[in-house]
Write a protein of this length. Structure first.
Length: 378
């Protein structure tokens, strides 16, 4: 198989690298993290309305560009590399992904065009469960009240909820085994959103409490016929998106370390010339290249007509390798920066916190390894 990028794909990668280097450098990331919304609204408008990145993976019939997982991974890798503060992951990789995989036709027509055009922000639970949002559904209940639905309960972890126009919630419906998916406007009566103080300052999380939130019947947006295959595919694609961000972050940890050790002098010469430092940087590079192969291999599987089982396993493997690599490289970057590595003035601590936080999203590495092992022996 030929995994070389096409000319168009290389152009997408280079454009993403150039744009994000301009708008998401270290000062911009720190300013966005300190912003009440957690991101720069002007940068977000450029991403959605001018660059069209929100429509990258969406079908042309919904206003998207109709591109595949490889193109999305190219952009996400650069976003992770530059720690972009924006509701892109929550809107495109969670909400739009769920709508595309399990949303009914009416819901896809209602929401995906706005997302593709960058006019609509949305979010969905970023669960730590390996079981594809089942934990998110258990904590919310929904019941019929005439022609309406009434939702009550707690959703403990929503990324970028303060920026979202719509929040997608899984809830358990009496008499139904599978979770149901509902769209709730941010201004809904009975919905309370509270910002959480997290380890990673570059991505905002909130909890949502719903007290008898009443919704019209059309706000139940799942297609029950798609749930069995659609939920695992949506979770796999979300894990692939996380892995792509982690890959970009790991690469930046190496680049920051090489740049710093080339200028930091000890005993009359740059510490980059010390063999021990070279070995540690080389180990970072080897791990990054292995993770890159896994991530882009999984993206190629996602872009093809693969079975759900194959996609789940490939994306799980990519996520494990990318997560472990990111944490290793962030840790090494701090060590090789010496005493300043974890100070606020230097960037490695930002990547270390993102690496640690993202390692738990949609299942940790141990749970994913267990899933792969069970599949191999089945």
């Amino acid at each position: 198989m030929n995994f070389a990028l096409s000319a168009d794909q290389a152009m997408i990668r280079d454009a993403a690298q150039s744009f994000l280097a301009d708008v998401s450098g270290s000062p911009a990331v720190r300013a966005a993290a300190a912003n009440e919304a957690g991101f720069d609204a002007g940068v977000w408008r450029s991403i959605g309305s001018e660059l069209g990145w929100c429509g990258l993976p969406l079908a042309e019939e919904h206003g998207g560009l109709g591109l595949g997982a490889v193109e999305l991974v190219l952009v996400l890798e650069q976003m992770g590399r530059h720690l972009l503060c924006a509701p892109y992951f929550s809107t495109v990789c969670l909400a739009a992904n769920l709508l595309a995989q399990i949303g009914n036709l009416q819901a896809r027509r209602r929401f995906l065009l706005g997302i593709a055009e960058g006019k609509l922000c949305a979010t969905a639970p970023l669960d730590s469960s390996i079981d594809d949002w089942s934990d998110a559904a258990v904590q919310l209940r929904a019941h019929r009240a005439g022609d309406a639905w009434v939702l009550s309960g707690l959703c403990p972890r929503l990324p970028d909820a303060v920026a979202a126009d719509w929040l997608l919630f899984f809830a358990q419906v009496d008499g139904e085994q599978a979770p149901a998916l509902f769209a709730v406007p941010r201004a809904a009566a009975g919905l309370k959103i509270e910002t959480l103080q997290g380890w990673d300052a570059t991505r905002r999380f909130s909890s949502a409490t719903l007290k008898a939130v009443t919704l019209p019947s059309e706000n139940r947006i799942d297609d029950p016929l798609q749930l069995e295959q659609g939920l695992p595919r949506a979770a796999a694609l979300a894990r692939l998106a996380i892995a792509a961000e982690q890959l970009g972050g790991a690469q930046q940890c190496l680049d920051l370390t090489v740049a710093y050790t080339a200028t930091r002098r000890q005993f009359g010469r740059a510490i980059a010339s010390f063999q021990a430092v070279k070995h540690r940087c080389a180990e970072m590079m080897v791990r990054i290249e292995a993770a890159r192969s896994a991530v882009y291999g999984a993206a190629a599987v996602a872009a093809g007509k693969s079975s759900t089982d194959a996609l789940v396993l490939e994306c799980a493997a990519a996520r494990i390798l990318a997560s472990d690599t990111y944490f290793f490289c962030a840790q090494e970057a701090i060590q090789l920066h010496g005493g300043v590595g974890f100070t606020w003035e230097y960037d490695p601590q930002l990547y270390f916190k993102r690496a640690q936080a993202s390692s738990h999203w949609l299942g940790g590495a141990d749970a994913l390894r267990e899933r792969i092992a069970q599949a191999l022996i089945a």
